[in-house]
Design a protein around this ligand. Structure first.
Ligand SMILES: Nc1ncnc2c1ncn2[C@@H]1O[C@H](COP(=O)(O)OP(=O)(O)OP(=O)(O)O)[C@@H](O)[C@H]1O
Ligand SMILES: [Mg+2]
Length: 297
């Protein structure tokens, strides 16, 4: 089902340098970062994406990529364009320009169904859980398993739910309770279970820890590490620098719809990243994007 009429052949595949990670076109001319060279083809590349609402350029020539088993943190002030960029990937918004590649093949994502068929799942901050039913019912919401008699197969759904929850959160025991009674961290695990159960390769998490206390934030951090270990690529939108420094392999800062820069987390400091977010200053260790402030001549 993942191969639905959404694939086109990419010119990248046929070029001699297909296995070399290109410099994103939006930052051509910039020196590629040493760690970004020769990493192979990204799981996802969003290239030169633009989308405007009325006169406002919500996303302006943004290029980001993501490798399997990698977490890329998306940072920026309110209104920077982070959610809009990932909504283009999840099929919620239709881009005005730009291309999306999965494993080097260009794909057409024009609605959420296309994105899901390609293994892209999104967990929005609201989680979109059905509060009054249990974890298994949430896992299969809209895709319920039926018995041969056409009735709901609660036994099979609960068994499957126990399997996927065990993989994510082995301490979870509250299978019989409506999710409204669960803690924030447990609810987040149910939302993640639902996303990955249907073969997600790419997970988008928009502020997953914003409403959580420290213990639950740590729990979600563990879930993210678990998913990374399974080779899932994750875009993590967060305002919390500590979360991003703890969980993200790379980070990408946006400002006024433009990418300021992309860096390996270990190569930059909190102050560097604050300078990117607030002033659009791109440190030496980052690859500058079109939103990087120009140095005074
Ligand atoms: N559906 C929409 N209609 C009109 N304008 C929109 C729409 N969605 C986003 N915008 C505008 O696009 C810009 C980027 O918004 P976006 O929500 O992507 O920012 P963000 O970085 O996710 O911010 P936050 O951190 O507050 O979530 C803002 O100026 C916003 O007002
Ligand atoms: Mg947002």
């Amino acid at each position: 089902m993942a191969k639905k009429a959404t694939k086109k052949t990419s010119p990248r595949k046929t070029s001699a340098s297909a296995e070399i990670h290109d410099i994103p076109s939006a930052v051509k001319g910039a020196e590629p970062h040493k760690n970004v060279r020769e990493r192979g083809t990204p799981l996802i590349e969003m290239r030169d994406i633009s989308i405007a609402f009325g006169g406002i350029k919500a996303v302006d020539h943004a290029t980001v990529d993501l490798y399997p088993g990698e977490v890329v943190g998306l940072l920026g002030h309110n209104g920077a364009g982070k959610s809009t960029l990932i909504k283009v990937l999840s099929g919620a918004y239709k881009r005005d320009a730009g291309q999306i590649f999965i494993n080097g093949d260009e794909v057409a994502i024009t609605n959420p169904r296309d994105a899901k068929a390609l293994g892209i799942e999104t967990i929005y901050q609201t989680l979109a859980l059905a509060d009054n039913v249990d974890a298994a019912a949430n896992l299969y919401l809209g895709r319920e398993l039926k018995t041969n008699f056409g009735t709901l197969d609660d036994v099979a759904m609960e068994a499957e739910c126990r399997k996927v929850m065990h993989r994510l959160n082995p301490n979870f025991r509250r299978f019989k309770e409506p999710v409204i009674k669960l803690s924030g961290g447990q609810r987040q695990s149910v939302a993640i279970a639902r996303a990955i159960h249907f073969n997600a390769r790419i997970l988008i998490m928009d502020e997953p820890t914003a409403a959580l206390g420290p213990a639950e934030t740590a729990q979600v951090g563990e879930l993210i590490k678990q998913l990374k270990a399974e080779g899932i690529g994750i875009f993590l939108i967060s305002h919390d620098l500590h979360d991003v420094f703890d969980l993200a392999d790379r980070l990408c800062v946006m400002k006024n719809g433009k990418v300021v820069g992309t860096a390996h987390t270990k190569d930059v400091s909190h102050d560097d990243v604050l300078g990117m977010i607030i002033a659009g200053k791109c440190p030496k260790a980052a690859i500058p994007g079109p939103g990087a402030m120009r140095e005074a001549a």
